[in-house]
Design a protein. Structure first.
Lengths: 125, 904
């Protein structure tokens, strides 16, 4: 069983000091995984609510039970329009999430580098 | 008593010793563990002052650090904004060079942002003390898929999966042990700490267990069990308990291991504790059930959140997501959309009935498609369909039901047209709409009303439905009762198109679970709280006494009414007790189910004396029925037979019928409520129908209807030897099973009746034996072995709890009976005419001897009294020789002397 000194040591070296070292590693592994995961889930939920799979499966099934040939024609056309519309909406949402992921990747590195640059510049300047 | 099922495995080096294991390198401090599919579960953290203090220090230190980081980060941003605002030329901000200019506040700004990132990281990684359990948030199907039976043997520390509250329970258990100067944290200590927590408080309130009452006994157990040298450590059993708590939470897909998980496992682990609480009036089953009730409430709450997220995906209108459906204007007028109701949260989830639901889904998948749920009224057929609607919302159903709506159609409204042709047309149009729309599963309750049985007219929509089902486009789920199924559906074409799924009545245990789940809503509506005793009482009493509706609906109705009763009598925020429930059941059934009161106890204990005020002599008979009643009220009898079955034998006029009447008057509300059947009227085979009713006859039978309406009463079968043998066979079943199925197919409960059959058979034998001086025992044996054999079948006689021989009356008995009758005359006269009537002793003796006839018992006495008293009184009153307040005295010679009242 972990002894007392172990516990104190873990607190100081792993939870406090260690966390500074752990931070960048976490950010680009576990953290990134979390962010990407949540975006993927959001996209999945959205595509479920757009019922894309159901629409593709029923592409040639006439809407509103209109089984005559005009009904079928209009229905296929409408389905195409709606599908394209929903795909575009989904793509835009995915793009926004992708930007979010990119921001997550860039953020700490960018902040640190520009910060250090400023520091150097200030020192130089 | 409950036992632990998962074996604990002990470290070979330290043998799981609580203190040795602290430093054992072999097991790494665990001592013991449990094998599971998650891994080898161990609790490997010491519980002592240092670890408790350290945990709390760590939490506070982290909060301080996070606050500091946040403040610094915010300060940098504020400083930056302030400095930018102070700039003369704001346009420089738009230049790239500004952001890398090296100005101190710009540098601070960037580092501030970097610090924000660090803060986010800390927030994710260091603010949650407990981890979530591996199965959390997964649907049942996902868990099923990953289920592996092999045990994994890698070490799995369970410490971090305990919620804050449950960690606190473990720490409190340590404090309890320390304050009692003990050295081991045993399961009892864990239980005590759990009991003292908030969840434990909730538990005690529901069980009606005052903490003060259990505190002493629990402390005594704690004082008696843990010895050994310090330091204080978790005992082997406690580590086992914690591992089992983890497993049960894991199996229930919970988020973390919670207080109730520890509570239930620690209770199951200690037989001492179970015995102690049992002695205090809290049997282990009750404790476990209340614990599970509390956990069930948590689970329902967690489940609700999951359902709400999935429900948002379901369309808000009648259109399916593929948009292939079409408008159903006519259907909408006569129906309700269950999937929409479920989506909007109007349908409550159910518990149990997993078997029926599986069968229902299997039947739908099988391809013959349409299903009939067959079960008695109140068994929950509608609830099963509502649960299906909920599962359709979650899309946790076979592909046939994806993206469909479940619509229940109101048959009475459809056929209410009056004109059968119009109704048929309308029904057909609705079915066509359903066919065209293609996304509708039709639900029809009470399918028998389609057969037109109620109206007797030519309207037969059942054939029409069968026809449509034949086409194969339509998927329906219909419900009906077993009786209607046999009578109206089974032999029709419709039955061949339906797959029958039986919905059986629920047991007490299952009903109790339903009450636990549904009580929350009733509590909310009435602003009251249910105690466990109330729910348990409702389940047991409703199943035993209320047979109009099946379980669980009868029990649900009882708790609904009991909630209103409690609120009205004691106001809001009160507890519904077992007494409230008993009162409701009593009012509904007329059966005394409340706890026996003091006055009733006295009445029961003195029952013989009470009965003897009307029945003279016959001590053995009076004693036998009194004892039967006492057994029944003390709940000592088997619940499945009538209170008692007696056969009274003896010559006519000795008090057989009178005893039955006296009993009805004394104990079963009143004499009139007694059900008396003269068996001489039931001598042919056809009389069975009169007694139990015939199929198709709504009025039912004389006996079955009477008992259905008044289940707590005396049933008197006069002159049983005259009944047809088929009638006796009916009573065989009543006496054995306590129930009878009437002609309509309803089961009538006979478990609360006192069955008394009387017979004159063997009277002459009794009389001759008595005059020979034989004892009652000898006479009874003689009757059973010889006299009755030719009249009753042995299995019939065997069903009686007592065959009681009534002795012929002696002259002494006659005098007492004469007194009873004379007193009866006097009471009537005073009450009706205000005239006082007295009789001299010799006058009454003369009456008795005039009315004494050994072969007719006391019956001639009534005639004598009529002739000698009633007739003369009538003359006196008519002649106006007697007025109010006058006194009439009956003298030895039979004459009547009138004493005029003094004038005031």
């Amino acid at each position: 069983m972990a002894t007392r000194s172990n516990a104190v040591g873990k607190l100081i070296f792993i939870d406090l000091v260690g966390s500074v070292v752990w931070f960048p590693i976490w950010w680009y592994t576990k953290g990134l995984q979390k962010v990407v995961g949540s975006f993927v889930r959001a996209i999945q939920y959205r595509s479920q609510s757009y019922a894309l799979r159901i629409w593709i499966k029923n592409f040639f099934v006439p809407m509103y039970g209109q089984y005559d040939w005009t009904g079928r024609l209009i229905s296929v056309f409408m389905r195409m329009v709606v599908l394209i519309g929903r795909l575009i909406a989904l793509a835009i949402e995915a793009l926004i999430y992708a930007v979010g992921v990119a921001a997550w990747i860039v953020a700490p590195a960018l902040f640190l580098i520009v910060g250090v640059l400023n520091l150097l510049h200030g020192a130089v300047g | 008593m409950p036992k632990m099922s998962k074996e604990m495995i002990v470290c070979q080096v330290c043998n799981g010793d609580p203190r040795l294991s602290l430093t054992c390198k072999h097991c790494g401090g665990a001592g013991v563990g449990v094998s599971s599919s998650v891994g080898f579960l161990v609790w490997d953290e010491p519980i002592d002052d240092f670890s408790i203090g350290f945990r709390s220090f760590r939490r506070k230190a982290f909060t301080a650090i996070h606050l500091t980081i946040l403040i610094i980060a915010m300060t940098t941003l504020v400083l930056f904004a302030w400095q930018v605002d102070a700039l003369k030329d704001l346009s420089v901000v738009q230049t790239m060079t500004f952001w890398v200019s090296g100005r101190w506040f710009v540098t601070l700004f960037w580092f501030g942002l970097f610090l924000d990132c660090f803060f986010i990281f800390r927030l994710f990684e260091y603010t949650h003390d407990s981890k979530t359990l591996p199965n959390w948030g997964k649907t049942k199907a996902m868990v099923e898929k990953q289920k592996v039976s092999d045990l994994k043997d890698f070490r799995f520390s369970i410490v971090l999966y305990f919620s804050d509250a449950s960690r606190k329970v473990i720490e409190d258990a340590y404090k309890v042990v320390k304050s009692l100067k003990r050295t081991e944290i045993t399961p009892v200590a864990l239980f005590a700490a759990a009991l003292a927590s908030r969840a434990g408080g909730n538990f005690m309130v529901r069980l009606g267990m005052p903490f003060d009452k259990v505190k002493g006994p629990i402390a005594r157990i704690l004082m008696s069990e843990s010895g050994g040298a310090p330091p204080i450590a978790l005992s082997r059993d406690s580590k086992h308990v914690l591992a089992l708590a983890f497993l049960s939470a894991y199996d229930l897909n919970r988020k973390t291991v919670d207080v109730m998980d520890i509570f239930l496992q620690s209770f199951s682990a200690s037989t001492h504790l179970q015995e102690a609480l049992d002695q205090l009036g809290f049997p282990p089953e009750h404790v476990l059930r209340v614990g599970e009730w509390m956990r069930l409430r948590d689970l329902m709450r967690e489940d609700h959140d999951r359902f709400a997220a999935l429900a948002a995906l379901k369309p808000k209108s009648i259109m399916n997501r593929a948009m292939t459906a079409r408008q159903t204007l006519l259907l909408d007028r006569f129906s309700e959309d269950l999937t929409l109701a479920a989506r909007n949260g109007y349908l409550a989830p159910i518990v149990g009935r997993g078997g029926v639901m599986d069968e229902l889904l299997r039947a739908i998948e099988s391809g013959r498609r349409s299903v009939a749920l067959v079960g008695p009224n109140g068994v929950g057929k509608a609830a099963i369909i509502e649960q299906l609607a909920r599962r359709m919302v979650e899309e946790d159903v076979p592909p046939e039901l994806f993206d469909k709506r479940l619509v229940t159609i109101h048959i009475p409204q459809v056929i209410a047209a009056g004109d059968p042709t119009l109704a048929a047309e309308r029904f057909l149009a609705i079915l066509r709409e359903v066919n065209m729309s293609g996304n509708i599963i039709l639900v029809m309750h009470g399918i028998e009303s389609l057969t037109g049985t109620g109206t007797g007219g030519p309207m037969d929509l059942a054939e029409m439905l069968a026809n449509e089902l034949e086409n194969g486009y339509l998927l329906t789920i219909v419900t009906t009762t077993p009786d209607s199924w046999t009578r109206y559906i089974e032999r029709r074409t419709l039955a061949a198109k339906l797959i029958k799924v039986m919905v059986p009545e629920m047991s007490v245990e299952e009903t109790l679970k339903v009450l636990m789940v549904r009580s929350g809503f009733i509590e909310y509506q009435n602003k009251v709280f249910f105690s466990y005793a109330a729910l348990e009482k409702a389940a047991t009493l409703a199943l035993r006494y209320l047979h109009d509706r099946a379980a669980p609906e009868n029990a649900l109705n009882v708790i609904r009414e009991a909630a209103v009763l409690a609120r009205k009598s004691r106001g809001e925020d009160t507890f519904v007790t077992a007494e409230d429930v008993a009162k409701v059941v009593h009012d509904k059934s007329n059966i005394p189910v409340e706890a026996v009161t003091q006055s009733e106890t006295q009445k029961l204990l003195n029952m013989e004396d009470h009965l003897h005020t009307r029945v003279i002599g016959q001590d053995q008979a009076v004693k036998a029925v009194s004892q039967a009643l006492r057994r029944a009220r003390a709940e000592l009898r088997e619940g499945k037979r009538p209170i008692a079955n007696f056969l009274f034998l003896g010559p006519t006029g000795v008090g057989k019928t009178e005893l039955a009447k006296a009993l009805a008057a004394e104990y079963f509300s009143n004499e009139e409520s007694m059900i008396r059947l003269d068996m001489s009227e039931y001598q042919d085979a056809g009389s069975v129908t009169r007694m139990i009713g015939a199929a198709g006859d709504e009025h039912g039978g004389l006996l079955t209807e009477a008992v259905r309406h008044n289940p707590f009463t005396v049933v008197l079968l006069d002159e049983i030897e005259k009944a047809h043998p088929d009638i006796l066979n009916l009573f065989l079943q009543v006496m054995d099973d306590g129930r009878l199925t009437d002609g309509i197919g309803r089961t009538v409960d006979f478990t609360n009746i006192l069955l008394i059959a009387t017979s004159n058979a063997g009277s002459s034998f009794i009389q001759s034996e008595i005059s020979n001086g034989a004892s009652i025992e000898v006479i009874t044996t003689g009757l059973l072995e010889r006299e009755l054999k030719s009249i009753f079948r042995p299995e019939f006689l065997n069903r009686f709890d007592g065959i009681i021989v009534f002795k012929p009356l002696t002259m002494d008995d006659m005098i007492q009976i004469a007194w009873l009758m004379v007193n009866g005359v006097a009471e009537r006269l005073e009450a009706q005419k205000g005239i006082i009537f007295r009789a001299e002793d010799p006058a009454v003796e003369a009456l008795a001897s005039a009315g004494y006839d050994p072969s007719f018992g006391a019956r001639p006495l009534r005639r004598v009294i009529q002739n000698r008293i009633d007739n003369k009184l009538a003359d006196l009153i008519l002649r106006g020789e007697v007025g109010r307040k006058d006194t009439i005295v009956l003298q030895e010679d039979g004459s009547m002397h009138v004493k005029k009242a003094k004038m005031v």
